[in-house]
Design a protein around this ligand. Structure first.
Ligand code: 2DT
Length: 212
């Protein structure tokens, strides 16, 4: 029987790169083109695990670093049955952050290596496309101040940026680097082109397993 699944498309990037805006624009563009699509974001702060993560990010609670890493991963795993169901129904998922943020942020903390950080996410549904919205720290700072949440400092973000660079060396992932310093419209056009190609080819391909 012909396989007609949706595609799993992830947007990653450092703070202020415009991920959320671009996810929304992409969702509208795919729907307008007649391709069913939905948006998700990680962390998903609505679940019980997500609420623990949210309190940690808002600095309302403290959690040990390994523990919070595993909670971020558990927050992805708890949504895997839903993700699989939607993909099988032919719905393309546009995901704002995924395991790559998980690894880049934790491994930016002292004492963590990429290898350990990747372990908990091995076997998650593998994205068909990961677009990395690239923005230099100088350009990011022109877009205003960082917020109040944990991790929102220039120094930490520049280490995160380096960790993402390491992750992008992995040729088993379909990485596309997008220049996020362009206008919102130009970034959108670029992202839409990559996404349409991916949606139209993913139909016939089995869903892969991440980092396996
Ligand atoms: P938002 O501002 O996009 O809600 O992100 N993070 C995210 C991690 O440390 N590990 C993860 O697995 C994920 C998905 C990135 C909230 C912050 O949480 C960080 C920023």
């Amino acid at each position: 029987m012909a396989c007609t699944r949706g595609a799993l498309i992830v947007l990653e990037g450092v703070d202020k790169a415009g991920k959320t805006t671009q996810c929304k624009r992409l969702l509208e563009a795919l729907r307008r083109s007649g391709r069913p699509a939905e948006m998700m974001r990680f962390p998903d702060r609505t679940t019980a695990i997500g609420q623990l993560i949210s309190a940690y990010l808002e600095k309302k609670s403290d959690l040990e670093d390994h523990t919070v890493h595993l909670l971020f991963s558990a927050n992805r795993w708890e949504l895997v049955p839903l993700m699989r169901k939607k993909l099988e129904q032919g719905i393309t998922l546009i995901v704002d952050r995924y395991a790559f943020s998980g690894v880049a942020f934790t491994s930016a903390k002292p004492g963590f290596c990429l290898d350990w950080c990747m372990k908990a996410d091995v076997g998650l549904p593998k994205p068909d496309l990961v677009m990395f919205l690239q923005l230099s720290p100088a350009e990011a700072s022109l877009r205003g101040q960082f917020g109040e949440e944990r991790y929102e400092t220039g120094v930490f973000q520049s280490v995160v940026q380096q960790r993402f660079e390491e992750l992008r060396k992995d040729s088993s992932i379909n990485w596309q680097v997008i220049d996020a310093s362009q206008s919102v419209e130009d970034v959108h056009k670029n992202i839409t082109t990559h996404s349409l190609n991916t949606v139209d080819t993913a139909h016939n391909l089995p869903l892969g397993e991440l980092w396996k």
